[in-house]
Design a protein around this ligand. Sequence first.
Ligand SMILES: [Zn+2]
Length: 434
Amino acid sequence: MTRFSDRSPPSFGVRTNHEDRGEGAALETVDTARMREHNAGLLLNLIWREEDISRAEIARRTGLSRSTVSAIVANLIASGLVHESGSGDSRGGRRPTLLRFDDRAYGIVGIEMGASHLHVVATDLRGRVLAERQRQHPVVAEPQSTLALLGELVSDCLAKPALPRDRLLGVGVAAPCPVYLDAPGRLCRRLMPKWNEVSVTGELGQSFGCPIYMDNDANLGALAERWWGAGRSGEDLAFIKVATGVGAGLIIGGQIYRGAGGTAGEIGHVAIDPRGPVCRCGLSGCLAAMVGAEPLAERARAELSRGTHSRLSPQQTSLNHIAAAARDGDTLAMQLVAEAGRHLGIGVAGLLNLLNPAVVVLAGPLITAGDLLLAPIRNTVQHGALWESVARSRIQTSELGEAAIAIGAATQVLQAALENQALFPTWKAAQAVG
Ligand SMILES: [Zn+2]
């Protein structure tokens, strides 16, 4: 089964139920079963968000009658998604029983497919990582061995928290390329031609027997930071990942912004220097052609062949090597990081001028260089973006670290289930009994 989630985190606004209030023409034609499902979703999200809440408080907040609330809560408890967690403070009468969402009712698997690595996490229903596996692998060149290795890594991740397959809510995949709205289960033909014949979601769905969701890696990094990290207070956010390529995910008004065809956020192909090197996309002077893994490695090797003294060697020029050497005070590595920061700063300044996000989150191996990278970015932005935009934005590194994208991959599964509780298998079973 394939689902493609492109909606916002659950909206927690309280809608009045006309069944209880007798108002609102829009819902007159909605049948009772659909109304009950709608209300159940409302309650599930409220309990998930509040963590501890009484039935009386739910009735007050939603405008639903106490009997309606009690009936829905009974179903939520029967489904195993909610349990009674103790007593709250009394408001004069009996101490109310509190309800709590069971974060461990299901597990979720999140997979980051990089160009040359895999990062797999198992999370609970609140984005906590229960198990994690990483492996270097030629993902772009080898679809079949990649899928086999994914099977192994996922099994490993499910073994540690002893999560049985029937408690796996779904698997989310982050792809290292745009995921097109008209072919949601497939990877980009141009960037990953060897995967042309492979339906990623189809193959994984067969292996794991649960719904598979897929989206672009930077989009999912942005989603993770919005739910659990730098943007959790709800602000508009841009997530910029610098790795083999450079990409951005944008959260605007609580939703992933995709553009007309699903390729919004391709900040890597914004021209930084029209006379710069030719990018693999065919354009000249793209950001990705100047700060991606290969251009930085090339520049390092060129300096080394010129006899520049450095602890880098021609075989050790990955972004991780460069960031580590920069942290240790290696002059060449510090120069490479600072230059990458200045180029990124031009891209970030454009982003601030165009979209004015409140938070710009940077991710990828280079961020371990800390202020060596951030200071030149901020400095360039000061001179390239409008003052008002700079004053209202903060530029920071990822709060979730290197697992951000894999966590985001899992988060899209949670998001879909909170929007449609029928995706929880035990919810359906509880309905059949109730
Ligand atoms: Zn390009």
